[in-house]
Design a protein around this ligand. Structure first.
Ligand code: SF4
Length: 347
């Protein structure tokens, strides 16, 4: 399946998504946010369209955005129609709250005509009592049931350009629901853990849940939901994919945790390195920053390029073998030179 040329599922790389945090009342902020997300590597961003008064602003955003968008619609089918009319290539709806088959049929007809993808999905927070009762209180199974209740009317209308999602703030429920859905349906799965939170605990919770699914081969597109700028969601998404060896973006950092043998402050050196190598540079290379020359080169022998502290500055090593040394005041100059040499060699 493709959205605006972006292939999702069917063996394509797992896609990294986010959602705009800016409101459509501030169009310039929305456009700026799409640019920042795009620079961070975001491939698809959802945009909340909560009110028909915002439809013109949404249409402008669709025209101006260089990032592929998905309209996020609840309740009012006319908003979904407006989003499709504006040229948005994908919409996220809940067919169950569109009050009536005729209204949903209008949305499906418009989506068919324009080749629009519809994402449906259930959220743990909105499970009804009857769904829970029918599943004997099994919230994972109830999530699946809630997805199937949304799926059925679309399939009855012969609509199959569908992405499905089942999310909850409980990792166990989310993983269980997605495992069942992946076994039952051929549609791409959007995965994530809702309301993961912020800071380190939010990152860990999102990463733990998403990794459990990806490790089982489940998930075609992901969002790490964080109470933080969307760029952080995207960076975390790529870091999960990198850690699992599923995708690479930019260079990969390996650094030691430091100990009493360290000759340099590793955290400071990592920051200096990040200034020389922006995330998009040196794509695919592993760069190591190690605290000492005694163990560093051996511990990071797999790195394409590594630096390690030594009594009078630092040494540079490549795949564990010594390359050169220098004092800290020439750190940037030497690292840049060696990275360029590796990149030129690769061409
Ligand atoms: S590389 Fe050196 S400083 Fe870093 S953890 Fe290993 S021994 Fe300690």
């Amino acid at each position: 399946m493709t959205i605006n040329g972006l292939k999702i599922g069917g063996g394509a790389p797992v896609r990294v998504e986010s959602m705009l945090k800016s409101r459509l009342t501030d169009l310039a902020a929305c456009v700026g946010e799409t640019e920042r997300l795009r620079d961070a590597g975001c491939e698809l961003a959802r945009v909340a369209l909560p009110d028909s008064a915002l439809a013109p602003a949404f249409a402008s955003l669709v025209r101006e955005s260089r990032l592929t968008l998905m309209a996020d619609i609840h309740f009012d089918h006319r908003l979904a129609l407006a989003a499709i009319e504006a040229g948005c290539p994908s919409v996220r709806i809940n067919p169950g709250n569109m009050s009536g088959a005729a209204r949903l049929a209008d949305v499906v007809a418009a989506a068919k005509e324009r080749g629009v993808v519809i994402r449906i999905g259930a959220n743990g927070g909105s499970l009804g009592n009857s769904q829970l009762e029918r599943c004997g209180g099994d919230r994972g199974a109830a999530l699946v049931l809630a997805v199937e209740e949304q799926l059925r009317p679309l399939l009855d209308m012969d609509f199959t350009r569908i992405i499905i999602s089942a999310k909850s703030s409980s990792i166990a429920e989310t993983v269980r629901a997605n495992a069942i859905l992946a076994g039952r349906y051929p549609f791409p799965l959007h995965i994530g853990v809702t309301e993961a939170g912020n800071g380190n605990s939010g990152v860990v919770k999102g990463a733990a849940g998403i990794s459990m699914m990806l490790a089982q081969g489940i998930g075609d597109t992901l969002r790490v939901s964080l109470t933080a700028p969307g760029e952080e969601e995207v960076e975390t998404g790529y870091n999960i994919l990198k850690a699992l060896g599923l995708r690479s973006r930019g260079w990969e950092l390996v650094s030691c945790p430091t100990c009493g043998r360290r000759r340099v402050e590793v955290a400071e050196l990592v920051e200096r390195l990040k200034k020389i190598l922006p995330p998009s540079a040196a794509s695919g290379l592993t760069v190591a920053v190690m605290g000492c020359e005694v163990n560093g080169p051996k511990e990071a022998a797999g790195a394409d390029l590594g630096v390690a502290g030594c009594p009078d500055g630092f040494i540079v090593f490549k795949k564990g073998a010594f390359l050169c040394r220098g004092s800290m005041d020439v750190f940037e100059e030497i690292v840049r030179r060696e990275i360029n040499s590796i990149l030129n060699h690769k061409k």
